[in-house]
Design a protein around this ligand. Structure first.
Ligand code: FAD
Length: 387
């Protein structure tokens, strides 16, 4: 049984060397944020900057190859997210949400765009946010209503985006809107907007169970950036969004593995020390069965996660479907594992601020964003039926 994900056969020497160093850095530098609930997002921005300054963000995109548009080393990003999530959901959010936003540029941007944005992301000096979802269009991305209009002075964005991570904090937004203002996927275009523009209005910060700094943003006749605002060409937005979300999925699964491993470790320690009916609760067979089920789920989730990441890194035809399988299984498995950990803690498991209580809240949203579990099943079935 693999005790850690690095025991799996998917990794190179570089992964095996870097990841323990990253784990040590995480423990040392991010320890104070372990139980952070996100607050106004200032901590998330600080962590993002710290990750950049200490050179970790460049392992999450092809920093050297930013002129070639090579896909990032997904196994590395997954390992980093697993390590971050193990210690702090907030640290994972601080790392992952800006990474999702740089993906459209790293994967589909022009050479000039990559050379401009990727190094700024790598140094932690520019935090971008991914603004796709709208109040009336979440799972159904093709139904978004925001518009992008070409004027004689440039491109202008109108519309409302919601669930945008780092709302009001980001230095820039990757906004998806319709151009021309026609229905259907083919009209969706991705543009860059400067976060400091007065036409970007933070309408509402959404308080959620996890430390996500999400909010609702209004773009009111908001000019896009002056220089090269369109990513991947007019009408390329839907494909870009789908590609970014697909690449993101195994990393969401990896964070879930991190949460589940932490919940398991907490539960294992607790059941050895807590006594009931004259012996430790670990000696009761029903508790042992729980531990076995939890470990089995974690191992399966880890295998599926790194199979998907390895497939993506090596150009597998199955990479898209495997990404959905991993995200679906790992997010559901983490929910179940954390739930059992709470049960093993008994009353202490629901006391606000304990590690398992925190994990119980923090893991829930992972079954919803980046495509809900239901949407992952539709993607998997589409692949199986070849439709
Ligand atoms: C913490 C958090 C962070 C997020 N971060 C971002 C972000 O940074 N940027 C961004 O753009 N968005 C972000 N999102 C939005 C997220 O992607 C959406 O919440 C998600 O896609 C679901 O959309 P919805 O909430 O509108 O639910 P709906 O689409 O309204 O779905 C409601 C329910 O119906 C089900 N459903 C919908 N269609 C079908 C179908 N065809 N068959 C079966 N069931 C179906 C869903 O599975 C779900 O259970 C975030 C969300 C959360 C919670």
């Amino acid at each position: 049984m693999a005790q850690t994900s690095l025991d799996l056969p998917f990794f190179s020497e570089a992964h095996r060397r870097l990841v323990p160093a990253f784990r040590d850095w995480t423990r040392r530098e991010l320890g104070p944020y372990e139980d952070s609930e996100g607050g106004d997002g200032a901590d998330a921005k600080l962590i993002f900057q710290k990750l950049g300054q200490d050179g970790w963000l460049r392992h999450s995109v092809d920093a050297a190859g930013n002129a070639t548009g090579r896909a990032p080393d997904l196994r590395m990003v997954c390992l980093m997210r697993e390590a971050l999530a193990y210690s702090s959901a907030m640290a994972d959010v601080a790392f992952s949400e800006p990474w999702l936003a740089i993906l459209p540029l790293a994967l589909c941007g022009s050479i000039e765009q990559r050379l401009h944005y990727v190094p700024r992301y790598c140094s932690g000096s520019q935090l971008l946010a991914f603004a796709l979802s709208e109040p009336e269009a979440g799972s159904d991305v093709a139904a978004i209503a925001a518009t992008v209009t070409a004027t004689h002075t440039g491109f202008v964005v109108d519309g409302t985006k919601t669930w945008t991570s780092n709302s009001g904090l980001a230095d820039g937004y990757v906004v998806f809107g319709r151009m021309p203002a026609q229905p259907g996927k083919a009209a969706i275009t991705a543009v860059l907007v400067d976060g400091s523009r007065p036409e970007v209005i933070l309408e509402r910060r959404l308080r959620v169970l996890s430390p996500h700094t999400v909010g609702t943003l209004a773009f009111r006749a908001c000019p896009a950036t002056d220089h090269e605002p369109v990513i991947g060409g007019i009408g390329g937005g839907f494909q870009i969004a789908m590609r970014a979300l697909e690449v993101f999925r195994p990393t969401v699964a990896a964070a879930c593995v991190g949460f589940a491993r932490r919940a398991f470790d907490e539960a294992l320690a607790r059941c050895k020390e807590r006594r009931a009916f004259g012996r430790s609760i670990a000696e009761h067979q029903i508790i042992q069965a729980k531990l076995a089920d939890m470990a089995t789920r974690i191992n399966a989730a880890s295998m599926l996660t790194y199979l998907a990441a390895w497939g993506s890194d090596t150009g597998s035809q199955e990479a898209g479907a495997n990404a959905s399988v991993a995200k679906l299984f790992a997010s559901e498995a983490a929910g179940a594992v954390v739930d059992e950990a709470v049960q093993i803690f008994g009353g202490m498991g629901v006391v606000t601020g304990t590690v398992v209580e925190r994990l119980y809240r923090h893991v829930r949203a992972f079954r919803i964003f980046d495509g809900t579990s239901e949407i992952q099943k539709l993607i998997i079935a589409k692949h199986l039926l070849n439709t």
